[in-house]
Design a protein around this ligand. Structure first.
Ligand SMILES: C[S@@+](CC[C@H](N)C(=O)[O-])C[C@H]1O[C@@H](n2cnc3c(N)ncnc32)[C@H](O)[C@@H]1O
Ligand SMILES: Nc1nc2[nH]cc(C(=O)O)c2c(=O)[nH]1
Ligand code: SF4
Ligand SMILES: [Mg+2]
Length: 224
């Protein structure tokens, strides 16, 4: 049976990409080797054995810690129901969720009336059902040395690319030239860490290329 290591589990509003504004349950999985210097969830990187906690303790977390709880799809579904979460959209993020086989979790959620979305770096093969909305935030030339897979770019429903400098825009265009995305995939630029210069660059580039802007709304309004 597939088990998932859960770092965070909470209900909020999706703050990024096409589903921005959608009431969502977030499941944040532990583990990521990609090593983005500006990553806003570095506490999810290591999978330290021995810091395993109970799922109820994950729900009670008030700080960002490296602790995680192992749970399977059915256990996660019962927690969603027991917590009385009202959102019907589930965002699976991390860490790098594509390190896990997400089919069992997404299938259980779909059978119970939830829609699903994953947030992934595109560096691991994506294992999700057809119905799952896939957000690929391709990680190009990051410290961990991982490469973006063509299959991930082709599967993406949306590309959401964090940028701070012009070279990040160029890297995305070069990547799409060799790893094509689907005709109906949306392209978002997301300013890194709310920097003013990054936001200006993203706005100008979106106007030039008819792409879309994603601004991490949750950070502006101070929610998780
Ligand atoms: C923390 S990552 C986890 C999922 C997966 N590892 C990935 O990178 O897509 C979730 C999203 O946050 C973005 N992100 C992380 N740190 C950020 C930052 N400082 N500013 C803007 N976006 C950031 C990522 O690019 C990704 O789109
Ligand atoms: N509200 C909210 N929206 C988000 N969209 C993507 C997030 C992520 O960390 O993957 C995120 C997050 O951490 N919070
Ligand atoms: S791939 Fe995602 S979780 Fe991993 S370091 Fe980069 S932004 Fe953070
Ligand atoms: Mg986040």
């Amino acid at each position: 049976m597939t088990t998932y290591n859960i770092n965070e589990f909470f209900e909020t509003i999706q703050g990024e990409g096409q589903y921005t504004g959608t009431a969502s349950i977030f499941i944040r999985l532990q583990g990521c080797p990609v090593g983005c210097s500006w990553c806003d969830t570095k506490h999810t990187w290591p999978i330290n054995e021995g810091v395993g906690i109970q799922l109820k303790d994950v729900l009670a977390k008030t700080d960002e810690t490296e602790e995680w709880a192992a749970a399977n799809a059915e256990e996660l579904l019962s927690f969603i129901k027991n917590e009385g979460y009202r959102a019907k959209h589930v965002v699976i993020t991390g860490g790098e969720p594509a390190m896990y086989d997400l089919n069992p979790l997404c299938n259980v959620l779909h059978e119970n009336g939830y829609s699903t979305q994953i947030e992934t770096s595109g560096t691991f093969e994506i294992k999700v059902p057809e119905k799952t909305w896939v957000t690929v935030s391709p990680k190009i030339n990051m410290a961990g040395g991982y490469k973006v897979l063509e299959s991930c770019m082709a599967r993406a429903n949306e590309i959401k690319h964090p940028i701070a400098r012009q070279k990040h825009v160029e890297e995305l265009e070069e990547l799409i030239a060799v790893a094509p995305i689907s005709d109906d995939a949306l392209i978002y630029l997301q300013p890194i860490s709310q920097k003013t210069s990054a936001t200006k660059l993203a706005i100008e580039t979106c106007k030039d290329k008819n792409w879309r802007l994603s601004v991490q709304v949750h950070k502006y309004i101070g929610i998780s």
